[in-house]
Design a protein around this ligand. Structure first.
Ligand code: NAD
Length: 373
């Protein structure tokens, strides 16, 4: 497969930086057209196996170049399935040797949440561009450390927020930005699924997950409240409900939170590991937009005021996301999911937990435009 190494790419970028573009679709012909960047997936769990790897098979600007796994049997299976060279297969111990591998341009960390910071920082130190799965980390301090490591190493950083590359979400963002229905006055963002299958799963272990529903699906609610209003919240109040304390012993089960936005709009978010809902609603002075489902792997579905049904051809969101990030690296198009976005969401997560600890107290936030893309 034709590919570009990071070194040769960096040399080209130095000359081509003046031609920075704002979006993938706006891309004019460039010397890099047709080239693909190599991703290495770190952690071959269900998201890597069933979403990311199959998406890379069809990607336009990227391909699966390597893997990092602690399970030798998986390494054998994946090497055969994806025709991977043995020299591009790492385990968690020898992972840092990836620095010497020019086939790998981007390291994509798909491990339990509390392992993100360690592997993202090591990837940056190895000189690789980094994609970090959501939630970016388990604390704001860890997000800062990842951002700093990528900045110090001069590599790009993206968060695994696939919806920013997805057409229904992009249309919602456009309607908000262009004020098609006027000023937003209310957003409702719900992201929840019933997660009671395996009591030993890492998501129920706070040391590995950093928290429960809020860390897992709640970040989608936070995300859509923000892109569905076009603003960062200036305050939050939150409440926690526990209906199955016997099962959700160590992590939060159900959380509701209310946001206040700078233009006077209000928002309500809901997340749970003991209920299912997947919906976004933005209300404007002269109309509304509803997405349902709003955050699954697709196809999504949406409607707007005026009887308009949104309809787009379905493509794997992860393919679009990984292509967008590779394109950002190669052509300087906008990074739709920068590290600051993941950090901002973690600031809000920490504020929600603080509000709950303080009995629903209002927590002020001073985020400015942080992470708004
Ligand atoms: P998973 O449990 O299916 O896979 C986790 C992987 O990490 C496995 O390969 C496991 O072997 C490995 N691992 C290494 N050390 C481990 C340890 N100490 N304990 C447990 N597993 C360990 O999880 P997943 O669903 O693939 O999630 C991985 C990451 O991807 C999480 O951060 C999750 O939030 C994120 N994710 C994102 C999306 C999305 O839509 N963007 C969807 C699913 C998962």
């Amino acid at each position: 497969m034709k590919k570009i190494t990071r070194r040769s790419f960096n040399a080209t970028m130095t000359v081509g930086i003046g031609a920075m573009l704002n979006s993938t679709s706006a891309c004019a012909a460039s010397p890099q057209d047709g080239k693909k960047l190599g991703y290495a997936l770190v952690g071959l769990g269900s998201y890597s196996e069933f979403q990311l790897a199959p998406s890379l098979v069809d990607a336009k600007h990227a391909y699966l170049a390597g893997i990092v796994t602690g399970t030798p049997a998986k390494a054998t299976k994946w090497a055969e399935k994806y025709n991977l060279s043995q020299k591009n297969i790492y385990n968690y111990e020898n992972f840092d040797d990836i620095a010497n591998n020019d086939d790998i341009d981007i390291v994509y960390v798909v491990l339990p949440n509390s392992m993100h910071a360690d592997f993202c920082i090591r990837a940056a130190k190895a000189g690789k561009h980094v994609v970090c799965e959501k939630p970016m980390a388990v604390s704001v301090a860890e997000c800062d450390a990842i951002i700093k490591a990528c900045k110090d190493a001069g590599v790009k950083l993206g968060v695994g927020y696939r919806l920013h590359s997805e057409p229904y979400t992009q249309e919602l963002k456009r309607i908000v930005k262009e004020k098609q229905f006027g000023e937003v006055n209310f957003v409702s963002a719900d992201a929840a699924y019933i997660s009671r299958g395996n009591p030993d799963q890492w998501r129920l272990d706070r040391k590995l997950s950093g928290g429960g529903a809020l860390m897992n699906m709640g970040v989608y609610s936070i995300q859509s409240a923000i892109y569905g209003s076009g603003q960062n919240p200036i305050s939050v109040k939150a409440q926690e409900f526990s209906t199955r304390p016997d099962y959700f012993k160590d992590t939060d089960e159900t959380i509701s939170a209310q946001f206040e936005f700078p233009n006077g709009a209000v928002g309500n978010i809901f997340t749970s590991h003991n209920a299912s809902i997947n919906r976004h609603y933005s209300s404007f002075d002269k109309g509304w937009v509803e997405l349902e489902p709003a955050n699954g792997y697709g196809p999504l579905s949406g409607r707007t005021a005026g009887g308009v049904t949104l309809s787009y051809p379905h493509e794997r969101q992860q393919k679009l996301q990984m292509d967008d990030f590779a394109h950002h690296i190669m052509h300087g198009s906008v990074n739709k999911v920068p590290g600051e976005m993941g950090k901002r969401d973690m600031i809000i997560v920490e504020a929600i937990y603080e509000s709950i600890r303080e009995g629903g107290k209002k927590i002020d936030l001073d985020l400015g435009q942080m992470g708004i893309v």
